[in-house]
Design a protein around this ligand. Structure first.
Ligand code: SAM
Length: 283
């Protein structure tokens, strides 16, 4: 039996009912390209492979990748030994999607991938960022994460957990918490609770920011110190944001009281604020 490496976040799912519940929530279809990140000992892999059109699993640990190649076989399964943080996801998905297209059907649109992962918790946020960067190739993601991270991702304005991560993920995806999973479902049991979240990539963004990266910089700065008002956070970072207009005037133009805190602002209000900053800068 391969020994779990703590440094790679290896907490293996051993509860078969939970594994089936995750795969049922994904509901893989015969035309689906499923990408699994960190398959480990294959708790989800075989169940996914049985129902998917093609399954590509990316595992960093060569011992586990080797074991899995013997365990989950067939033409419709590929196990890749690689670091999920370094992979070019758009390119990998494109290649796999072409392999899934039926011969003689060149007009068929290339399928977007469906990602499934029980992620190592210490790198879950950077992996989500990498996947969101490749979102044009992805349809949805069903992810097991630390429960607290799922709460942050799905939180609404005014919620205690609402912050930059909520705005960032909800800008690109519709996020829905599916269910919680107890530590006893894993070996070794993690110290934290887990939950499964579904991120469905949006076809259209809910806002029309002139520059998405700059919009997100404004959001990040607005949340810089949670106890401070939005006005104070923005003023403190005014030079790095390169908006030469008075912050209070921009807030007024956006209809946002300067005494409010970022955690109370909806995506639409952040959009109005960013728009006001841009209009006043360009005036
Ligand atoms: N999916 C399996 C399960 O549910 O039992 C394993 C989950 S375990 C929490 C996380 C898995 O991700 C481990 O197999 C680990 O080796 C793998 N992993 C860790 N870092 C990785 C990385 N950067 N790229 C790809 N896989 C990684």
């Amino acid at each position: 039996m391969i020994k779990a490496k703590k440094s790679l976040g290896q907490n293996f799912l051993v509860d078969r009912r939970v594994a089936r519940r995750i795969v049922d929530a994904v509901s893989p279809q015969p035309r689906d390209l499923i990408i699994e990140i960190g398959p480990g000992r294959g708790a989800l892999t075989g169940l996914l492979a049985d129902r998917a059109g093609l399954l590509v699993a990316v595992e960093i640990d060569s011992r586990l990748a080797g074991e899995l190649r013997d365990k989950v076989t067939g033409e419709r399964v590929t196990i890749i030994e690689a670091d999920a943080l370094k992979i070019d996801w758009a390119e990998l998905i494109e290649r796999a999607a072409v392999a899934l297209q039926r011969p003689g059907n060149p007009d068929e649109s290339t399928p977007r991938a469906r990602v499934v992962a029980n992620l190592p918790y210490y790198i879950s946020t950077p992996i989500i960022e990498r996947l969101i960067e490749a979102r044009r190739s992805i349809m949805d993601m069903t992810l097991m994460l630390q429960s607290e991270v799922v709460d942050r991702i799905t939180s609404e304005p005014g919620g205690r957990q609402y912050g930059y991560l909520s705005v960032y993920v909800q800008l690109y995806c519709e996020a829905r918490k599916l269910f919680e999973v107890k530590p006893s479902a894993f070996r070794p049991a993690p110290k934290v609770r887990s939950a499964v979240v579904r991120l469905a990539v949006r076809d259209r963004l809910p806002i029309e920011a002139a520059d998405e990266a700059e919009f997100l910089r404004v959001v990040r700065v607005a949340f810089a110190q949670r106890r401070k008002t939005i006005s104070n956070n923005l003023k403190a970072a005014a030079s790095s944001l390169r908006f030469a207009c008075p912050i209070e005037a921009a807030l007024e133009r956006a209809g946002i009281a300067p005494t409010r805190r970022a955690e109370t602002l909806s995506l639409a209000e952040f959009d109005a604020l960013y728009d006001a900053l841009c209009v006043m800068r360009d005036a």
